[in-house]
Every structure is written in structure tokens, then in C-alpha cells.
Design a protein. Structure first.
Length: 153
């Protein structure tokens, strides 16, 4: 556990100006009134000003802990009708469907480097509506549900 501060040039300048003004005001007050209580109150004022200036540096306790288990990477494959759109341009002469491109990525070695440090899992979601249904033109994919399911598992 360590204390982290994030001072900026503006916060340092502001802290120096505020503390200088506070010291000047305390010194003036102590010169005017020589009672011990005045000195104690002015000391309290400087402590409070110092605490406020310290807060300008955005202090926070940083706790670093090692994970107990490997992080999980979920590969979600969309199987809805929109994946049959032929708009993935490999080269200007070679255009493939989104499904073909996704299958190529899943079968390839794109996740092999992750398997050493992560738990990799695959899941499919969505299914195209029948072409003769009235909803086929307005079909959409619910992306929230598969993401929520992946978070829950």
C-alpha cells in the first residue's frame, strides 16, 4: 500500500500562493496580538490550510494485489442475419461476408498468445429470423444479453 499524489503545475502554484498568504496573515495576526491563544489559533489555521493544499494534489492510497485466478476473455460470435452481409474487404478484389471473416479469426491463431495468461472461451449468440417472416427486414441483434451472460458466467 502506498500513497499516490498527482500534483499539477497549477495545483503546486496554487498551494504555494495559499500557504504564503496564510503564513503572512498568521504572522501579521501574531504581531498585532501577543497572547498565546492567538499563536495557537494561527497555528491551527496553518495546519488546516496545509491540509487543504495537500488535498489539491489528489492523494489516494494505492493497493496492488495479484489476481487469484487468470482473467477471462470471452469471444462472442454473432450468428444473426446481419453477419451474412458481404462487406469485409480483405483486398480490393476480395470481399467476404462477416461470418466468413469471423470464422477465419476464430479458427486462426489470433487467441493462441492469450491462452498462456488468460482463460479463453467462445460463445455464439443470435440467430437469423426465417427469410419469409415479416421481421426479417427489421431484425436486429441484442448485444446486451450476450454481454450480460458472459459477465455472469
Amino acid at each position: 500500500m502506498s500513497l499516490s499524489l498527482q500534483p499539477t503545475a497549477l495545483s503546486v502554484l496554487l498551494a504555494v500562493l495559499v500557504m504564503a498568504a496564510g503564513v503572512w496573515m498568521s504572522r501579521t495576526a501574531c504581531k498585532r496580538n501577543h497572547r498565546p491563544l492567538t499563536f495557537k489559533l494561527e497555528l491551527l489555521r496553518l495546519v488546516i490550510l496545509g491540509a487543504i493544499c495537500f488535498l489539491l494534489f489528489q492523494p489516494e492510497w494505492v493497493v496492488t494485489s495479484a489476481p487469484q485466478e487468470k482473467p477471462k476473455v470471452s469471444i462472442l460470435e454473432d450468428r444473426s442475419g446481419s453477419m451474412e452481409t458481404q462487406d469485409v474487404e480483405i483486398t480490393p478484389q476480395h470481399v467476404v461476408t462477416r461470418t466468413a471473416y469471423a470464422q477465419e479469426l476464430i479458427k486462426g491463431n489470433s487467441t493462441e498468445s492469450l491462452k498462456d495468461t488468460h482463460v479463453v472461451e467462445s460463445a455464439a449468440f443470435g440467430s437469423p429470423p426465417p427469410p419469409e417472416s415479416p421481421d426479417s427486414a427489421m431484425a436486429c441483434t441484442d448485444l446486451a444479453k450476450p454481454l450480460e451472460d458472459a459477465m455472469q458466467s
